[in-house]
Design a protein around this ligand. Structure first.
Ligand SMILES: Cc1cc2nc3c(=O)[nH]c(=O)nc-3n(C[C@H](O)[C@H](O)[C@H](O)COP(=O)(O)O)c2cc1C
Length: 367
């Protein structure tokens, strides 16, 4: 048998009773991360038994949802859970069954120690896997003891690379393109629980900084708001048009992208928009190389942005930009928005945009 023991995630200190203590937002976020990794590790228990206390139940529910299962509430997994309880709950299972128990300390640590003869101390949100013929003292082998930090690191390494686009978003193209370009698209379904780490964000901004620009003027400027800073995030969100707020509110980072319209005083820079677009293009690809998607928006109020951020007259706010990881749970989106992410992408054919010899003359190398 493969037995999984999970200690509930980080819970609030106070509630109307100990029974009602819920997971904190951080606790939920961490358990979600762990659950994603559990799914990637191929954990597939036949049963998930949970203590009825709210923090354990919520932990079990998050895991069960990620694994596509239901939770069985079991009073015996409540405080005082012991080897005899584990034996009773696993008695009628096959020898190769996988069973998960979600409960509390010290019970979880003690039962794993008893089963394996190895003294363990489980962290909140931690998981132990014990392989055993039966739930008997010293009968098991401690195969994994995973702390939440390790789950975080595993999730990070899982999701820092390019995430393949869903089939309907893949370009219908005959030409070979770099895989980053091949897989880029503009989603509305962001993971509202997953922030973008500071270092990753700096990499994205550096990618813009190192873009080419006319006379190396680097006319771009970016006003950035991270979701962690609720006040600034709400401020930037308020600049967007309603249709964009509906989904962009779930992004991890928002930006207003501006460009200086003048080379020097009274000398317009015809390339201001071009250079900003190029810098944003580099950000998009840098972000995607880290598993982060980008959705650009023309739907915002430039005058409001100008006023709110005191943008000088010689700069133009061109677009707003949303960055974030793609979410798997998108219950917060309306059907119309979900439909957008499910729709196929379309483009005009090359011969309508690539000419040779004169305007609208189709280049013969396109055939
Ligand atoms: C300058 C610019 C402005 C855009 N404005 C919006 C917008 O306000 N709202 C929106 O949902 N998408 C907006 N988009 C996203 C486009 O609709 C999207 O890029 C286009 O449909 C092609 O889809 P793809 O990016 O998935 O290939 C904008 C894109 C750009 C580059």
């Amino acid at each position: 048998m493969r037995l999984y023991f999970v200690r509930h995630g980080i819970a609030e200190d106070l509630a109307s009773s100990d029974f009602a203590r819920a997971l904190t937002p951080r606790g939920k976020r961490r358990v979600k991360t762990s659950a994603t990794v559990m799914q990637a590790l191929g954990i597939q228990p036949q049963r998930i038994y949970s203590s009825p206390r709210l923090r354990a139940r919520q932990t079990a529910d998050i895991i069960a949802q990620a694994l596509g299962m239901d939770v069985d509430l079991a009073e015996s997994v409540n405080f005082g859970f012991d080897l005899a309880d584990a034996r009773r709950l696993s008695d009628d299972c096959d020898a190769d069954a996988e069973i998960m128990f979600v409960g509390h300390n010290p019970d979880m640590s003690e039962i794993v120690s008893e089963l394996t003869g190895v003294t363990v101390s489980m962290k909140k949100g931690g998981l132990a896997r014990v392989d055993a013929d039966a739930a008997e003292a010293d009968a098991g082998e401690l195969v994994w003891l995973i702390a939440p930090k390790v789950f975080d690191a595993l999730a990070e390494s899982e999701q820092t690379g390019l995430i393949p686009a869903p089939a309907q978003k893949l370009p219908d193209t005959i030409a070979g393109m770099h895989e980053l370009i091949h897989h880029r698209w503009s989603p509305v379904g962001f993971d509202r629980e997953r922030p973008i780490k500071r270092k990753t964000l700096l990499g994205i901004l550096e990618a813009a900084r190192w873009a080419a620009s006319s006379s190396n003027l680097q006319p771009w400027r970016f006003i950035v708001a991270r979701r962690e800073d609720e006040v600034e995030f709400a401020r930037l969100l308020s600049v967007l048009r309603e249709g964009n707020i509906a989904w962009a509110q779930h992004a991890a980072v928002l930006m207003v992208a501006c460009s200086r319209k003048f080379r020097k005083e009274n000398v317009p820079n015809r390339h201001a928009g071009h250079d900003l677009g190029l810098a944003v293009g580099q950000m998009v690809l840098q972000a995607l190389s880290q598993g982060i998607y980008v959705h650009q928006m023309g739907g915002f109020f430039p005058d409001k942005a100008r006023q709110l951020y005191a943008i000088p007259d010689d700069f133009e706010p061109y677009t707003c930009i949303a960055f974030g990881y793609r979410g798997s749970e998108l219950g917060h989106l309306a059907d119309a928005q979900l439909g957008r992410d499910a729709a196929a992408r379309e483009r005009q054919p090359l011969d309508e945009m690539v000419f040779a010899g004169g305007w609208a003359q189709v280049a013969d190398f396109l055939d």
